[in-house]
Design a protein around this ligand. Structure first.
Ligand code: A8S
Length: 190
């Protein structure tokens, strides 16, 4: 509560509570799971406009060159993603598991491809917060995946976390650029 008795809702709910609510994975013995967090200096609606586009992950994911979707943005819709060269894969088939426009949560599952991530499932959720007195976004992304034959749990986690960190850094860069444009665009300009 502040002096005039209003509560900053964004600051009142701790990160751990969002993780407990929206990022429930139950990793088995042969799986690894982890959660990453990023603070973005752009409002939730703007970050969400990028994240929700299940059909256009290449808008911010730096390793994706192309994406083809058959059908609408419905639960169960599948996308075929092409990965840029230099990575240990060329394509991935991914299914939309959850798209919640009210709570800003997207969940996907990887169902095929020539990579080593079997039974990969991820959840990304966005939460409003204030950064330097401006509307910002707390992004939480978590995953669970099988540990491939011949790798350790630590290696698998490290590999996936590195990719997600790149995705979240890029999501921040693109969103923050759009937020600055929004602020500097003169009203009435067409
Ligand atoms: C995502 C998350 C991940 C994507 C991985 C972890 C991937 O697209 C890349 C390399 C791989 O070896 C696996 O949300 C795969 O995009 C960049 C092709 C799935």
């Amino acid at each position: 509560m502040n002096a005039i008795g209003t509560m900053n809702i964004a600051a009142a709910i701790p990160e751990s509570e969002y993780i407990r609510r929206h990022h429930r994975h139950e990793p088995k013995e042969n799986q690894c799971s982890s959660t990453l967090v990023k603070h973005i200096k752009a409002p939730v609606h703007l970050v969400w406009s990028l994240v929700r586009r299940f059909d256009q992950p290449q808008k911010y994911k730096p390793f994706i060159s192309r994406c083809v979707v058959k059908g609408n943005l419905e639960i169960g819709t599948v996308r075929e993603v092409d990965v840029k060269s230099g990575l240990p894969a060329t394509k991935s088939t991914e299914r939309l598991e959850l798209l919640d426009d009210n709570d800003h949560i997207l969940s996907i599952r990887i169902v095929g491809g020539d990579h080593r991530l079997k039974n990969y499932s991820s959840i990304i959720s966005l939460h409003p917060e204030t950064i330097d007195g401006r509307p910002g976004t707390l992004v939480i992304e978590s995953f669970v995946v099988d540990i491939p034959e011949g790798n350790t749990k630590e290696e698998t986690c490290y590999f996936v976390e590195a990719l997600i960190k790149c995705n979240l850094k890029s999501l921040a860069d693109v969103s923050e650029r759009l937020a600055v444009q929004d602020r500097t665009e003169p009203i009435g300009n067409v």
